[in-house]
Unconditional design. Structure first.
Ligand SMILES: Nc1ncnc2c1ncn2[C@@H]1O[C@H](COP(=O)(O)O)[C@@H](O)[C@H]1O
Ligand SMILES: Nc1ncnc2c1ncn2[C@@H]1O[C@H](COP(=O)(O)O)[C@@H](O)[C@H]1O
Ligand SMILES: Nc1ncnc2c1ncn2[C@@H]1O[C@H](COP(=O)(O)O)[C@@H](O)[C@H]1O
Ligand SMILES: Nc1ncnc2c1ncn2[C@@H]1O[C@H](COP(=O)(O)O)[C@@H](O)[C@H]1O
Ligand SMILES: [Mg+2]
Ligand SMILES: [Mg+2]
Ligand SMILES: [Mg+2]
Ligand SMILES: [Mg+2]
Ligand SMILES: [Mg+2]
Ligand SMILES: [Mg+2]
Ligand SMILES: [Mg+2]
Ligand SMILES: [Mg+2]
Lengths: 217, 217, 217, 217, 217, 217, 217, 217
């Protein structure tokens, strides 16, 4: 697989046994297995099977990482910011954050900026930029307006992460995705609805490339 | 027809003759004919036919109003604000403004707020509110984010007016409309894409009702 | 948040704990927490947690309001009419009514006008207008024809509230929404499918603005 | 072909030569050729080719009928009513009327009922029913509400004929069609957008069957 | 309601109590209550409440009819044929048949013609036509081809009844509906997906009108 | 490119110069250039440029083939049948036929089977099968029913070729495509709307494979 | 039914009893019943009813075949390759493989080629072609890219089999299907999402036709 | 506007006068005006108006840049690769390349990789990576498969740029966009169909950030 991007097991459409077998293969190969969208039953089976391993579970995101004993995650020096518009977007934002972390990045979260909170966003955003963040992920559902607003304010690349929050027409993340694709803030790129894995890996690739440049020179 | 809302001739799908005949009927009845989405040929025919009448043409909006000689438009005392996100939204915003004016409202325009212009918007918006505007129309295409942003800032009703600006998926006003319907700023109502007539009449009905209350008490 | 519009907690995509925490914050701030689309489990948890508070539950609408002891809801003087086409639209109509009430408005309901009931509607509608209603909400699913019919009859602003009633193509409220957006009765504005909160707040903003004008003069 | 339904040449996607050849075949076989959606060029070619024949042209509908000299259209005794909501729906309504006429039916038209005209409709509708009309076709674009309203009032079968009038989302007849399919007035059946031919033949089949029963007994 | 079409209670989006109350009103008024799409729980409640009444339940269709003791269904003399393409379409076809029966029609069923059964259809169809059937309902899911094929063969009106059978793109009845609306057999009209009630009432209106003509002359 | 399938220049979205340059490259390489969807201007330019070459033009299909002087098309021994439902489908059917011919196949056409022509189809179809046809392409627009009907009758593979004929909902070939994908006749595979090239090459691959087996044994 | 294609009972929308009855009919007629998309309950009922029969169950595919005692499946000599992009596509690929086997074909599987596995594919693919495979089925969800890539490499016909794997916009197999229909590798034909039965029968028809040619010559 | 991203005038929905006025403002402010999607008439007007200025026109992309005399574009040190799948994608790819160049990046183009050209791609791609390219843009229409394939091969971030090439269902870039959003190669982000401006600016932001890191260290 492409150097620098970890393989992720998508557990939702697999049986528990298939996921376990794949996790074993990844652990044998790279010392780590990242598993996303884990059904409750598969989660239980994984925890039983890998009881001896170091694991971390992101409950909201239904994600799990299993580490071979002694596995050490390298620090890449990259810095990713993850912003969520609402509380309901946190599971997806967390999935993105997890992936960036597993790629060695420092991840700073600014969650639940809220419908009335643009002003609440300004200060932590300025601090983040001052801290030299390399790339931002902005998760939002419903109208999906926040990524466009943020992209209009910052000098770093922004990845729009639409979430399946919202009902009625354009619900389930469709309006959010379309709105991001139609952004008036050129320079925003997007991933699919609820695709925290894709957003996290894209951000990780960008941040790590910048970090590498910082180191090499 | 419902008291307070003018009848409008939708000329796009009519022959020039049909439109002229309908305009004559309206002029005979109410002393005024408002005609929207006038094809170029019909516009020429109308101007020839009603050369003796007072007329006004909104070129960008392809709209025309014809007045019986001596027609006096009553001032209702209502006050409507019309905001456009971009230059491309002006034709639709103008159609809305025209309708509110023909309903007797004072109309204040804030056009081309621009993608980088939220700050440019704050001051004129505050002035508008200080002037006691009764209702706002906010026209936007592409991501349709502006009406939500405005609705989150002001204490008056806001009508979202999506415009058919934008290409690709969600283009032609679809993303703008869906995004407004999915707004995180509860209290925003919308009309269909490019429906300046509908937005103008809705705003006129609201503003005139408030104005009436002002007068009666 | 925009002055005059209450903040509403959307409980559907939140854990019970998240909703409770947010309710506590709102109660501390404004003395009241309005919560919509409450899942059954969260409802139970809320009732247990806030057993000491005054509460009201709209069962059909799955909505709840919690009041700080001693909280007094101010009467704004605004008057909102809520009409539902059918019995199945009542939950959504009720959510809208609740919001308008919580904004201080008097709310008059005309429910289940029925497919054969246009004539049954005329009389109560005339009474409502005679009583000086400021704005109407009309909830309808399936063909969504009622809001257009009503908007063609009354001199006050009408807000179309499509409901997710109906199956087959255009079902789940889609035909109702599209039909309202395509209305032949200019002057009808709409909110998204099942968005009683949005309709109620929009109506409340309009009615309260009129009421304020009545008072000030 | 099915007994009682005339064959119709759909000229839109054919070359002029193909249409002429097919018309000649039909004339040779049945003494009559009905041609719909005739492009301007093909119309000219047809008129030149069949200059010696009796013809009728429905200009608005872009339809033409050519009769073998001496052709006599039989009166079936069936009676079809064709109602159009607006002026813009007339071309499609006319196409439907033409087909019913060519099937031998008496056709009564009530056109341009208008957005404010439900009351204007009641009287001619009552007269039509008193005259013993067998079936109604109701053509409408935009919100497509009229067929549902009519179907709720009359004891005869109603065929909804959506027209491609209207812009924005649900435009081009989509909202009209969906709204008719979602009708609250059970007993309304529909044909596709702008399919005047289909509506006319369906109505003709129904009316002629009733007429036949009248005669036979 | 329109004379000749029975009112039907749509139970799917109502509580058991609402349905029972409505059934009681209908029974008091017309001596009969027809209830469609009855959820299992509501079915049980209805059977308990109306244990003393004569009832009939169409299990596959989830429909129920309750009769006031002594209720006598009048024979109208109309004759409706109901054809189903497959076994999976039977519930919807049965709902249509029920409605036509309750309107007094004789109903003849030809079910499960099958993918290989066009030839199996010819004979019973010819018998049906010989028996003087007035109108046909043809139910089909998936590709929805059967109604077009039948409409091309018979001289009576045909109502296409798409069913929500089929998966993948165009599944859930969408391809079937679109295919019927795009029929090459002009003279086919349609109702919405799974709308057996609508098809049955439309057919009943047509058949009863023909029957009435037979009687009157 | 895949052995056995010719490269085709898709001229619609290219400038005349680009197409000419590509044709020259193909001629130099394989002695033949097949060009599809040729705009009128490009067609003229091609004919001027390659005036010295042997060419064939399929006018309806807007397709052209240019042969290096002395080019000899090999006979593969494969046999492909191309059926078109209507006259309007001929251009697309012709494109498919051209491709199969250029792959060396014998092609038999059965065009304009017609809406009333299933019986007219049976005889030529039986002859085709008796002649040992290897595979059938069936082109149809509107309801797209013909490929399913044919596939239910014959023992050879059938390729459904939807054409963009038809207006209203499901028009432009959408209903035809969906209906073919939802076929009740398992064993039908499809290509995209108007994709005569794809259908022709697929059929050519199948027929030539069979022909090869015939030869080798 | 068409010679060479077995009838398959689609059990998903049938009751257990209906499926059992149909299986008995098929067993009586052809000695074999193939049943697809069997719900868990129906599976149990089938196993109980046909305990005395030889059966095979494809668990992942929820498919079952029942054989009359002594039934002998004929070897056709056809050879079908079935490739799956991922693990999640296996159930659908298995359904396709089952059908080809029941048509007498030899079936070779290459499963879980994987996102990083194009190179892993080359070798087994070359072996398959060397073994004289007649046709390939390629199952893929999400982006559906694999069938296009394979079709660009091999000289045999390829059938694209989109699977309902993937979430967000274009999920559930829609992007996969559209992508296959838009393939840049002309000569790829497709069946509907998850339609393993259709893909298997199509492949079987092709392979058996080639095999027949091999035998006859 | 956000530091580092140039403002671009979208000329398609503007009058020539509006575009000229905006260009003058930008020239006065930044010394440069970038104008995209310039209609032919506006292009002529711009060239006449700014005859004295240095300009560059990208004909295929319908884009123009006007420079204040003496304007010097700074070299950022960033390096962007732009790959196009086909010839038809070149206009959009060129628009992206232009934007990256105007942001100071070195841009390397690899155009028309072609349907049969994956192997032709490998070598130039390896050279590009060896040259230290920071980010890749991959433009593709139709099936949109190329960006996924490239993203699976390279260690740098990839931006998918769908183009509106392709007809039939999923045409106009829809299948390409959906396929990129459903990519099996995590780490690919996308912009809207034909949005070369967005892709170019996103790539420029990434490359310039890396370049800045290279310089600073
Ligand atoms: N400022 C904002 N801009 C865009 N979306 C927002 C904003 N605030 C909240 N949302 C969205 O509203 C939905 C509900 O938010 P919450 O109630 O916090 O879970 C989430 O999908 C958020 O993405
Ligand atoms: N009463 C009505 N009900 C439904 N649609 C209407 C009504 N009146 C007008 N329309 C529609 O409004 C559109 C424009 O009407 P007109 O201006 O008369 O052509 C047409 O598509 C009509 O179908
Ligand atoms: N001859 C046919 N024409 C159209 N649809 C059919 C035909 N035969 C079966 N079907 C459809 O195939 C689906 C499954 O049929 P069955 O397996 O009998 O339940 C149903 O939705 C039927 O409508
Ligand atoms: N290898 C490829 N992968 C994806 N799309 C391709 C490929 N080659 C050509 N195309 C697409 O095929 C279409 C026509 O290509 P061309 O004829 O070169 O313009 C363009 O939209 C290309 O994107
Ligand atoms: Mg929040
Ligand atoms: Mg602007
Ligand atoms: Mg009711
Ligand atoms: Mg009118
Ligand atoms: Mg069956
Ligand atoms: Mg024909
Ligand atoms: Mg895999
Ligand atoms: Mg190329």
């Amino acid at each position: 697989l492409r150097k620098g991007a970890p393989e992720v097991i998508f557990a939702e459409t697999k049986t528990g046994e298939q996921t376990i077998r794949m996790a074993q293969t990844l652990l044998a190969g790279t010392g780590r297995a990242i598993i996303s969208r884990v059904p409750a039953e598969t989660m239980t089976a994984l925890q039983a099977t890998f009881a001896e391993y170091e694991t971390q579970v992101r409950e909201a995101a239904h994600a799990m990482v299993i580490y071979q004993p002694g596995y050490v995650r390298k620090r890449s020096g990259g810095h990713v910011g993850v912003i969520s518009a609402g509380t309901s977007d946190v599971p997806v934002a967390d999935e993105a954050a997890l992936l960036a972390e597993e790629m060695g990045c420092q991840v700073t979260r600014i969650y639940d900026v809220g419908v009335a909170g643009l002003h609440r966003l300004i200060e932590p955003l300025q601090k983040l930029l001052a801290d030299g963040v390399d790339v931002l992920i902005v998760a939002a559902g419903m109208d999906g307006a926040l990524p466009s607003v943020v992209a209009g304010l910052v000098p770093v690349p922004v990845i729009g992460l639409p979430t399946s929050v919202g009902y009625g027409i354009g619900g389930g993340g469709v309006a959010a995705l379309l709105s991001m694709l139609q952004t008036c803030a050129p320079g925003l790129s997007v991933v699919n609805i609820d695709n925290g894995v894709g957003a996290g890996i894209t951000a990780g690739l960008i941040a790590n490339r910048v970090a590498q440049a910082r180191k090499q020179h």
